[in-house]
Design a protein around this ligand. Structure first.
Ligand SMILES: O=C(O)CCC(=O)C(=O)O
Ligand SMILES: [Fe+2]
Length: 171
């Protein structure tokens, strides 16, 4: 938060940054032809942050934004993978970028993943934090009701980093 000029987290900010949590339970049965199927299609998470305890199976890929190449996250059992999500991209006015990722099933093992999503509350209106834009920088994102943002994400198929366009400022 220091990198965003935020030195104090009051109740409103606490709610916007971490007012609700969600846990997903993902099961990827072993798949004889992983290249012919989709584990989880490419997307960014709608959360502020996501925390995922790793096992030794692997299958999570993240996208390098410069080369656009997919990088396999090395499965280090017991380590935590922490992803920036769209809510933090919006609140940081684009300084922190949510990571595009996808999941490929494994050819020889079943895999279970249990990501923990730390989110704003559904009733929070999120937008670039005042501390981030106090120097007068251009607003890249507008204020959106977080519930509307999440509904927009779930109404469509996964489509990479397109969800965050919903919160793009249009002026
Ligand atoms: O299973 C994984 O490694 C990640 C799953 C995921 O991206 C998600 O649940 O949003
Ligand atoms: Fe995800």
């Amino acid at each position: 938060m220091k990198g965003l000029n935020v030195n104090e987290i009051d109740e409103t900010k606490e709610s916007m940054l971490m007012g609700s949590k969600r846990i997903n339970l993902n099961y990827y049965p072993k798949c004889p032809n992983p290249e012919l199927t989709v584990g989880v299609g490419r997307h960014s998470d709608v959360s502020t942050l996501k925390v995922l305890l790793q096992d030794d199976i692997g299958g999570l890929y993240v996208r390098n934004t410069e080369t656009m190449k997919w990088i396999h996250v090395p499965p280090i059992s017991g380590s935590l993978v922490i992803n920036v999500g769209d809510a933090l991209q919006i609140m940081s006015n684009g300084k922190y970028k949510s990571v595009e990722h996808r999941v490929v099933a494994n050819g020889s093992s079943n895999r279970v993943s249990v990501p923990i999503f730390v989110n704003p509350r559904p009733s929070d209106v999120i937008g670039p934090l005042p501390e981030v834009v106090q120097s007068g920088e251009k607003l890249v994102y507008k204020n959106v009701l977080y519930k509307d943002y999440v509904m927009h994400f779930f109404r469509k198929a996964h489509d990479g980093k397109a969800t965050v366009e919903f919160a793009k400022a249009s002026f």
